[in-house]
Design a protein around this ligand. Structure first.
Ligand SMILES: Cc1cc2nc3c(=O)[nH]c(=O)nc-3n(C[C@H](O)[C@H](O)[C@H](O)COP(=O)(O)OP(=O)(O)OC[C@H]3O[C@@H](n4cnc5c(N)ncnc54)[C@H](O)[C@@H]3O)c2cc1C
Length: 473
């Protein structure tokens, strides 16, 4: 990942001198109490030593930090939850840390909420569930809401209520010149368009105005499918999902089954397809659909249960802990033909770590109903998202895991259509950013050039402004 930190320490002293005494939040420098914890991000593959961490208490702190950093010319990262797979939430320069800005204000009558730019998904879920309401977001509650929403945001409720960014009605942000700007459908509509899918390119979002929906419990069916049945399963999945109801979401992940007691003995340690089928409508209507969807699974592995929305949103938290090592590559399949399925199955024969997996999700439904030009989200028409996600703990296994992802991505690439979901990109894929936005690219560059002509916000899936040099001098 590029890191332009040569001027870091000199510029950081300038920034510190400028903020010290006026900044209401915390200013953390190397060697000071709290710094070591504050510098760490979720992906253990990413280790940076910021010269200064400015943990903002409010909007005026964010404005001060942006202005001071911009004047000093210091490389700056903006961090909400620190879950960027690429590690964009940190750098060796300045980190603008929003973790003190986690306020959530729910207006239950209007089914609306205002959330601070530092919120984690869990803080939104807990606050909105008090009124029996939900915001459609991601599947792990310790993920940051800002990065997720700004890149698009997919999760359990995407087919029912759309992407996270489809459920934002307004943003308030600090732009590169330190201005505090609001945008929505009528005010600064170009910015409103770009922020829904365009990532952290345009400024520091300090508040999101979001739409909520009533939902408190769901029906979830899970089951494991043996290797010999995965081909049939994926063909069935593709056909089933093509006209599945909006209330149904079915995710598949290919991995090696664990040795846990709940896993049937003959599947333990073997390649399997894990199935998670969610139904958000009336449970009676969901049961037969879940039964059908899980019909190819090993029958001792199948279980279906009603659960609270909060349980659903936290059940994967422990599978993706902070500090492990992660590497990913992603793409879209327009369909799953025989060759694609064969190649997917081949990935399993050489999986380098028991937690490494191939994730498949089917979008469509509500997400596909929004017109492609309405937001900056790259591609709503490609229903199948593939994510090759390596997850391991030993540095000695770095090379094997990264090579597995790269090799299989190259093998599968001919079966993909151009495009990638920006939030699933790794840090070595800046060349794919234009591909991610394809027909929207020219408009993205135009908005970026207007709001951030010097590319101050560049630690992201970067949209370079017009006339910006390929490499920094
Ligand atoms: C465990 C895990 C589970 C995930 N699950 C899902 C999922 O279910 N669905 C999904 O769509 N994605 C998912 N993702 C991907 C996730 O959407 C991205 O990694 C996202 O960038 C995380 O946001 P963050 O705020 O935690 O990241 P950070 O590292 O804090 O920031 C990521 C990017 O957003 C920018 N940014 C952060 N806050 C702001 C702000 N307030 N204003 C402007 N820019 C900002 C940063 O500068 C950086 O470029 C998951 C990631 C992880 C690690």
């Amino acid at each position: 990942m590029p890191d332009w930190s040569e001027r870091g320490s000199v510029s950081a002293s300038d920034v510190y001198a400028c903020l010290n005494g006026r900044f209401k939040g915390d200013l953390l420098r190397p060697g000071e109490g709290g710094y070591d914890d504050a510098r760490v991000v979720w992906n253990g593959m990413v280790s940076r030593f910021p010269c200064l961490i400015a943990r903002c208490a409010d909007v005026s702190d964010v404005q001060m930090a942006v202005r001071a950093a911009s004047a000093a010319g210091i490389l700056t990262a903006v961090r909400c939850g620190g879950h960027s797979l690429a590690g964009f939430g940190t750098c060796n320069g300045l980190v603008i840390d929003l973790s003190r800005m986690r306020q959530v204000t729910v207006d239950a009558d209007r089914r609306r909420a205002r959330i601070g730019g530092g919120c984690l998904l869990g803080s939104i879920d807990c606050a909105t569930q008090k009124s029996g309401l939900v915001f459609p977001s991601g599947v792990v509650s310790h993920t940051g809401a800002s990065g997720l929403i700004l890149g698009g945001g997919t999760g359990w409720l995407t087919r029912r209520f759309g992407l996270s960014c489809d459920n934002v009605e307004g943003f308030t942000l600090v732009t590169a010149d330190g201005s505090h700007v609001h945008c929505d459908q009528t005010e600064n509509p170009d910015l409103f368009w770009a922020l829904r899918g365009g990532g952290g390119n345009f400024g520091v979002v300090t508040e999101f105005e979001i739409k909520l929906h009533p939902l408190t419990s769901v029906l979830l069916g899970e089951g494991l499918c043996a290797e010999s049945d995965i081909h049939r399963l994926l063909q069935f999945w593709r056909e089933f999902m093509a006209d599945a109801p909006f209330d149904l979401k079915w995710n598949i992940d290919l991995h090696l089954a664990s040795a846990a007691k709940k896993v049937p003995a003959e599947l333990r340690g073997r390649p399997v397809a894990g199935n998670s089928v969610l139904w958000t409508g009336e449970p009676d209507r969901g049961h037969p659909l879940l039964e059908r969807a899980l019909s190819l699974c090993h029958r001792d592995s199948v279980r279906t249960r009603l659960m609270s929305f909060l349980e659903l949103q936290t059940m994967a938290d422990l599978d993706f802990p902070h500090g492990r090592r992660y590497y990913t590559k992603s793409g879209y399949f327009p369909d799953l033909d025989r060759t694609t399925i064969d190649r997917l199955l081949a990935t399993l024969s050489e999986i380098p770590s028991p937690d490494t997996q191939v994730e498949l999700a089917y979008l469509g439904a509500a997400a596909a109903q929004v017109s492609p030009a309405e937001t900056a989200f790259g591609d709503r028409s490609a229903p199948i998202i593939l994510n090759l996600l390596a997850n391991w703990s030993e540095p000695a296994l770095d090379a094997a895991n990264i090579a597995w992802v790269r090799r299989n991505f190259q093998r599968l690439r001919p079966n993909m259509k151009p495009g990638v979901y920006v939030n699933f990109m790794s840090g070595d894929e800046q060349d794919r950013v234009p591909e991610a936005y394809h027909q929207l690219w020219a408009r993205m560059v135009e908005v970026k050039s207007h709001y951030d002509p010097a590319n101050f916000f560049r630690l992201n899936q970067n949209v370079r402004p017009g006339n910006y040099p390929e490499k920094l001098p």
